[in-house]
Design a protein around this ligand. Structure first.
Ligand SMILES: [Ca+2]
Length: 472
């Protein structure tokens, strides 16, 4: 087993409360740790206290970071609910999951997901609220993230003493739409909100952001309640707690985009005895790394199909070995005539972001003309006050640039130097000074796509994901 170094817990009853080394010291067989996975819906990297936010108060996230490890370069595999969650569950890059790379799709039951693998190894599994998806799963006995429970507390009440558990705490916060009353009650000062340079800075957009941050804080409180349950039951020392979100915030040029605004996520992991308190990990990490991490924690091998890499070495202090992560997207919502996808791959290094847009003739945020009577314009941008204001004022000088950045067609290749341009506003592709790095990153991306059986490595303009059934 992989657990080591934790101080033995004494004076607490209940088999689950005993730390693994304490059992080992008494000659008893080591027992796997419990796993609590808390995932927000559309929570961007900047919006946590430990990540430097002035406006968001996230004492639970900050506590997990202080008592464990804070990951500063974690990314979702795809900035869209369904493929991001599928990558977490399967430990695989979305392009390997067939229809599962699209929003509102069907995940074929042929793919192994970590909750099932843990269940087969003796874990009890469960989930609350948003798990897999949105999508359908007719071949599965329950949601691929686990059977449904009303709350973590009710799941724990039924927990047998001697079995380990794996629970998916899936919040719907801070997904749109928002309740302005919650924002008002939060007391968050709109003046403390950091408006990124790809958006106009208006009172309406600040108010919209306050409502979003109020839901971030509600998620943080909910996870805080779960930590309290672990404390009360003496389970904290033997439970891995992971807190993250499925992709960036639901704003124009963020969610569904492969810029950091869409892909970079908060991630904290508390694992007593494994990650020293206050550890900061800048290793490039993708959320498909979690499945092999959970399996290794349970003493199980990583299935060869998983493209994710266990975080156990990084949590133990091993130096970063990974040079890049690959991010991707296929079809998000029904946003283009014919329900076409907007296929993109991106390679993210410590310094560079290289993006390949496979259909530069398509509109990245959706067609300007609604593709169907019940759809809006630019339908890959979530509806809300910010989108409304941006679209209604698109011709005014103070809105025009942000509107173009969010909606205009993009070249086949983009290249950004994140050291000087963290918001990816200045495309360096096809400039002589960056030609060498562009060529190197293009080749690294293609090589990774080929090695991981990405259909677009063979046929860059395949229509496979254009034709997958949309269940929304
Ligand atoms: Ca989401």
């Amino acid at each position: 087993m992989l657990i080591s170094g934790i101080a033995g817990i004494t004076g607490i009853t209940g088999a689950l409360s005993l730390s693994t080394p304490a059992r080992a010291a008494r000659g008893e067989p080591e027992r796997p740790v419990n796993i609590l996975f808390a995932i927000a819906d559309d929570w961007g990297y900047p919006d946590a206290g430990a990540n430097g936010s002035r406006a968001a108060r996230t004492p639970t996230f900050d506590r997990l970071a202080a008592e464990g490890a804070l990951f500063t370069r974690a990314f979702c595999a795809a900035p869209s609910c369904t493929p991001s969650r599928n990558a977490i569950l399967t430990g695989q890059a979305p392009h390997r999951l067939g229809a599962g790379a699209n929003l509102w799709s069907e995940l074929p039951a042929t793919f192994d997901v970590y909750p099932d693998l843990l269940e087969q190894a003796g874990y009890r599994i469960g989930r609350m609220r948003k798990g897999y998806g949105p999508g359908v799963f007719p071949q599965w006995p329950h949601d691929p993230s686990g059977p449904d429970f009303p709350s973590f507390g009710e799941f724990l009440q039924q927990q047998p003493e001697r079995a380990p558990f794996c629970f998916w705490l899936g919040s719907s916060d801070p997904h749109r739409p928002y309740d302005p009353e919650l924002g008002e009650q939060s007391g968050i000062d709109p003046a403390d909100v950091d408006i990124p340079p790809y958006l106009p800075d208006t009172p309406e957009i600040r108010a919209d952001a306050v409502n979003y941050l109020a839901e971030v804080e509600r998620f943080d409180r909910e996870v805080g309640d779960a930590l309290q349950l672990l404390d009360e039951r003496g389970l904290a020392e033997n439970t891995i707690v992971v807190m993250t979100g499925d992709h960036g915030w639901p704003w124009p040029r963020a969610k569904t985009n492969l810029y950091d605004s869409g892909t970079r996520v908060p991630l904290a992991i508390r694992w007593p005895g494994r990650a020293a308190p206050g550890t900061v990990i800048d290793r490039l990490t993708v959320l498909s790394d979690l499945a092999p991490t959970f399996l290794e924690a349970a003493g199980l091998p990583t299935p060869p199909a998983m493209t994710g890499q266990s975080l156990v070495p990084a949590l133990s202090g091993a130096p970063a070995a990974r040079k890049f992560v690959v991010l991707e997207r296929e079809r998000h919502s029904f946003a283009r005539a014919g329900n076409l996808a907007y296929p993109v791959r991106a390679l993210r290094t410590d310094r560079w972001l290289y993006i390949r847009n496979f259909f530069p003739e398509r509109w990245p945020a959706g067609d300007p003309q609604p593709p169907a009577p019940d759809r809006g314009a630019f339908a890959d941008i979530d509806a809300g006050p910010t989108k409304t204001q941006l679209l209604e004022n698109r011709d005014r000088p103070e809105f025009a640039e942000a509107f173009q950045l969010a909606t205009a067609k993009r070249p086949a290749e983009e290249l950004y130097d994140l050291a000087s341009d963290p918001h990816s506003l200045h495309n360096l592709a096809d400039r002589p000074a960056s030609a060498a790095v562009q060529t190197r990153l293009r080749e690294q991306l293609h090589d990774w796509m080929r090695r991981t059986d990405d259909p677009r490595a063979v046929d860059p303009r395949t229509d496979f994901w254009d034709n997958v059934k949309y269940h929304g």
